[in-house]
Write a protein that binds this ligand. Sequence first.
Ligand SMILES: Nc1ncnc2c1ncn2[C@@H]1O[C@H](COP(=O)(O)OP(=O)(O)O)[C@@H](O)[C@H]1O
Ligand SMILES: [Mg+2]
Ligand SMILES: [Zn+2]
Length: 513
Amino acid sequence: MLVKILSATIYGIDALLVTVEVNILNGAKFIIVGLPDTAVRESQQRIDSSLRMIGERIPGKRVIINMAPADIKKEGALFDLPLAIGILAANEKLESNMLNSTMFIGELSLDGTLQAIKGALPATIAAKEAGMERIVLPVENAAEASVVQGIKVYGFRKLEEVILFLRHQIEIEPTPFHNNGMMANTNSRDSDFADVRGQEQAKRALEIAACGSHNILLIGSPGAGKTMLSKRLPSIMPPMTEEEALEVTKIHSVAGYMENGIGLITQRPFRSPHHSASESSLIGGGSIPKPGEISLACNGCLYLDELPEFRRHTLELLRQPLEDREICITRVHGAVKFPANFLLVASMNPCPCGYYTHPTHECSCNEWTIKKYLAKISGPLLDRIDMHIAVAPVEIDKMAQSDEIIENSATIRERVIKGREIQTYRFRNDKGIFCNAQMDSAMIRRYCKLTPECSNLLTRAVERIGASARTYDRIIKVARTIADLKGNEKIAPAEIAEALQYRCLDRNNWGDR
Ligand SMILES: Nc1ncnc2c1ncn2[C@@H]1O[C@H](COP(=O)(O)OP(=O)(O)O)[C@@H](O)[C@H]1O
Ligand SMILES: [Mg+2]
Ligand SMILES: [Zn+2]
């Protein structure tokens, strides 16, 4: 008997429908057609073993399995469950009125346990769009799948339970969606600016970065608090919209990084890949492409600690996603795009020994080694960074600051949200532009008209530090955000002057003795 079961395979951060057709004829061979990879072939063992656990087996006849469409590469073990169900049904061991209206995805282990799979969220979206009434999947994937409205999600632990369910021998409730009001409260308590003593200037710079989505570089000696400050940046960014949260969740779902029980990721991601990370783990890749760190950081922060330690080639690979806010990975089977809209926050020591500019500790580098060290990052990436700030270690007396006078992240975020609302309004007719950092030259001319006074101040300063025209634009963008934070429509000299402070690497004298 010919049976068709609906399943799905992951493509980028979306799922494509796959129909698993099973037919059992006279003969004695097990055949799978439709470009299965090795994982699909291996699944024969798991399916047979799982079926034996429930007193069944792959029939010793000619079992023909066709996975359609044939021209897409299908990955993985998520076809175990639809194959097992299809074989039972084709062998007339399973009758159910639900087979036509259900998508099945799930990996089986040898004892018939269902194992969590990657991409349950996009698969559920595809099932719903295909008009399915329900999806049956491993229980660990039920929470993320439940995010999709308009389709019933059933999570199971064992193949046996799925069969009892399909035969109406057990009743179970679909997994409800628990939003937990999470969109409103997106900050985890363990990384709040309330923990950071002193550092008012650095905090101020990060507030501006969060508001205008400006990439930022922190330069300071070891222990100055660069990592501590950077980690807290997501906590002052505006809450994610539902659309952003769904995008983040899809990316983490296909990467297999969903924490059990979490339906929708509502906290902005913070990813901090080590400088020794491989290019494919950073950018994304693999024979069936998986999102890399730059995509896992989407709608949140990508933190590159010890920036000069990254290989130059790796840094160059970041240019395109920084520009386009997505990454295109080309493979034999076609190109896959992953979103990569992240805020870059990077940190580095001021010199090879780490103590140049330190108030008390002696620096052992010479001018030449410092310039050489800086040259490592200039060009490719520095060009995409709006703000660079020096972070000095917090003064000892500030360490004794009482908790009451330190602003927490929620308070800072209120201001950021207000400043962001102004930008949303400003760019309401500019498609794909949401914040000041994304402005091109034409937009800068349109939205950041400078008074002669501001323009003079800026020109003189740029000449003095010997910076480029690009730098000029970057300073204006940051000044625009500072004015937005104040709720001012016009950019005043004070905003230009402040924005100039956040360009410490432009000064040609860095490293001078
Ligand atoms: N301003 C500060 N307030 C409170 N603790 C701080 C501050 N600066 C540094 N620290 C402490 O010092 C530790 C080291 O800071 P870290 O962020 O790792 O420095 P860096 O990344 O610059 O080397 C932090 O984990 C924190 O415990
Ligand atoms: Mg650090
Ligand atoms: Zn040094």
